[in-house]
Design a protein around this ligand. Structure first.
Ligand SMILES: Nc1ncnc2c1ncn2[C@@H]1O[C@H](COP(=O)(O)OP(=O)(O)OP(=O)(O)O)[C@@H](O)[C@H]1O
Ligand SMILES: [Mg+2]
Length: 369
């Protein structure tokens, strides 16, 4: 469904400065996969999605999407995909329901089908009460839900979602996911979905495959479980009096399956943190060895790793430090504006604006209709 080879994107910002936003991404996504792309701010996620959706041309490398090259056949690619860009919608005087119907018709639905889709989507995304209101009067989270609805109205077989749930409250995040998953399985051919998110729990729970991007490159690509098992491991934490910490750390280092041991000290107690392949399997043996050595353990915790531990293990940095959590207005201030002011960009036909300004990072207007 998607095949990229050594895809790169450079933004020439000034004569002396070029941003290497994407530095050689090679990917294969099979039909029906649900892939989450994770990475800190500025990692190159949006830039990659914008290349795959034909909004900006690659600097080098190739990308085939839905069977067509993004550079030579952008119209074919656009007809086959849906795209919900990052950032909130701009103001518009169109009403919510009319916007959805118009977008559906632009994608070739007849009016009756477009109206029934608009009805389903407003209901699924909790916009029924707002359906007859003007877009400019919606709250940030409501606008974001409309962006997503616009991206879904023609039921594309391949859907790109750039931080679809940023800015939504927990109830609406849950609704959105329920709808995405239902729609995906209801389709005749299972829908392929590529999304970016800073909510690691979403990627962990819903994605079948997680691609971790950092500094414009893919640094890991597997199922969440495999990544956690391979790159992070479980954490066994043992609490002991400080004078027993060093002997216990020695025992832990010699135990089979141990990957790393760290001793922390706070408030008169020490904790020995042991990263190990199988925490529940290792804990009893560690306790027995501690007991035999006369080390009094006052508390044991076994925690499974998170995707943040995976990133930490790969880069030494935490994704949480850069995560965008619950942005109140549905985006990070950048605006992807379609013909009607929605954050979903209309991707049909006209390719004349394909080469939107490469050098202006503040200009994310993508008017393609
Ligand atoms: N039009 C542009 N001109 C210059 N630099 C750009 C442009 N678009 C993106 N960049 C730069 O490219 C890099 C990658 O940006 P990108 O938007 O792809 O990151 P991202 O992974 O989507 O981050 P976030 O999580 O913040 O959305 C950043 O350093 C960004 O500033
Ligand atoms: Mg982005």
């Amino acid at each position: 469904m998607i095949r990229t080879q050594a895809l790169t994107k450079d933004f020439v910002v000034s004569r002396s400065r070029t941003v290497h936003a994407v530095r050689g991404i090679s990917l294969d996504v099979e039909p029906g996969e649900l892939v989450a792309v994770l990475g800190p701010n500025g990692a190159g996620k949006t830039t990659t999605l914008r290349m795959l959706t034909t909004l900006i041309p690659p600097t080098s490398g190739t990308a085939e999407v839905a069977g067509y090259d993004v550079v030579t056949h952008p119209d074919r690619v656009r007809a086959a995909i849906g795209y919900v860009g990052q950032g909130g919608a701009g103001g518009a005087s169109q009403r919510v329901r009319d916007e959805l119907v118009t977008q559906g018709e632009i994608y070739g639905l007849d009016r009756r089908t477009a109206r029934s889709r608009a009805g389903e989507l407003t209901e699924a995304l909790d916009l029924t009460e707002q359906a007859d209101r003007k877009i400019e009067s919606l709250s940030g989270g409501q606008k974001r839900r409309l962006d997503v609805a616009v991206g879904l109205v023609h039921e594309p077989s391949l859907l790109f979602l750039d931080e679809p749930s940023t800015g939504l409250d927990p109830h609406n995040r849950a609704n959105l996911w329920q709808h995405i998953l239902r729609m995906r399985t209801a389709a005749a051919e299972p829908m392929t979905i590529v999304l970016t998110t800073h909510y690691l729990d979403e990627a962990d729970t819903f994605a079948e495959r997680v691609i971790v991007v950092d500094h414009g490159q893919v640094i890991a690509d597997d199922t969440a479980d495999a990544l956690k098992a391979e790159l992070a491991g479980d954490l066994v934490t043992l609490r002991v009096p400080p004078e027993h910490a060093a002997p216990l750390a020695g025992i832990a280092e010699r135990a089979s399956g141990t990957r790393s041991v760290r001793v922390l000290r706070a408030g008169g107690v020490s904790t020995v943190e042991i990263r190990t392949a199988d925490g529940p399997g290792a804990a009893p043996g560690l306790l027995r060895a501690a007991d035999a050595a006369g080390v009094p353990v006052s508390r044991v915790d076994v925690t499974r790793p998170t995707l943040d531990d995976v990133f930490l293990g790969l880069t030494g940095r935490s994704l949480r430090e850069t995560a965008v959590v619950d942005a109140p207005d549905g985006g990070q201030g950048t605006v992807a504006t379609g013909s009607t002011g929605g954050g979903s960009t209309n991707l049909t036909n006209n390719s004349s604006t394909n080469n939107s300004s490469d050098s202006d990072s503040s200009d994310k207007k993508e008017v393609l209709a």
